[in-house]
Design a protein around this ligand. Structure first.
Ligand code: CMP
Length: 230
């Protein structure tokens, strides 16, 4: 049975962009789909990797646990992003843990299907290289921010990065459709939750942003946030 009723949905995903119809149909038959509730560990670090995933809707957090029990958040990913491919490609254990931050619909394929698709569909391999390049660019920006900016700057840069990657233009600003709690933002910018709360309160008072009850941020003043990143 096809994983999505309208195969064109697959062509909107970066991994499957610009692929010929026949190959999209082939993938539609090979992929599987699963609904995860919020707070479910989909991947556990160091376990063998046998499945890769594509987010159709929802948000996941990628994090590494430290010896002292704290965790470093490597990325928060939304619709269209992939995860779980690294351990398959490198044939080593999972590099990080992945947990859902809200109810999410996820497509998945097993190792053999993923490897065969990369071999048989050259366009998909090219898309994967582009995804890795973008991921490295985002990681570079995060390393630079951690090395050079104060907490106001790091929070501003992270909000702008999410707005750039996922933002949806609204009449009054740019909505980031990811569930971003203060703790998760703190884990991404390497600061305490209390400190991030102070920064967010300030940005809200200045009307740079708003945060709704579902922890979704709308950015009203990108220029003001950008000025904080210099
Ligand atoms: P894998 O190692 O199989 O399992 C954990 C997954 O987290 C990994 O594959 C990647 O898909 C994903 N991942 C790890 N580091 C990052 C990162 N910096 N940015 C985005 N995704 C990542």
């Amino acid at each position: 049975m096809p994983v999505v009723a309208d195969a064109r949905v697959l062509t909107t995903l970066p991994l499957f962009q610009n692929l010929p119809d026949a190959q999209i149909q082939q993938l539609n038959a090979a992929l599987r789909r699963r609904q995860f509730l919020a707070g479910v560990d989909i991947i556990t670090a160091e376990q063998p990797g046998e499945v890769m995933y594509i987010i159709l809707s929802g948000t996941v957090k990628i994090y590494a646990e430290q010896a002292d029990g704290s965790s470093v958040i490597l990325a928060i990913l939304g619709a269209g992003e992939i995860f779980g491919e690294m351990s398959i490609l490198e044939n080593i254990g999972r590099s990080a843990t992945v947990v859902t931050l809200e109810e999410s619909t996820i497509l998945w394929m097993d190792r053999l299907t993923f490897e065969a698709s990369l071999r048989d569909i050259p366009g998909m391999s090219q898309n994967l290289v582009r995804i890795f390049s973008r991921r490295l660019r985002l990681a570079n920006a995060q390393i630079q921010a951690l090395a050079t900016l104060d907490v106001f700057g790091r929070v501003a840069r992270q909000i702008l990065a999410f707005a750039h990657e996922y933002g949806q233009q609204q009449p009054n600003g740019v909505l980031i459709p990811l569930r971003l709690t203060q703790s998760d933002l703190a884990g991404m910018v390497g600061a305490s939750r209390v400190r991030v709360n102070q920064v967010l309160v300030f940005y809200k008072q200045q009307s740079y942003i708003s945060v709704d009850q579902d922890a979704r941020i709308t950015v009203f003043n990108q220029a003001a946030l950008a000025a904080r990143c210099q």
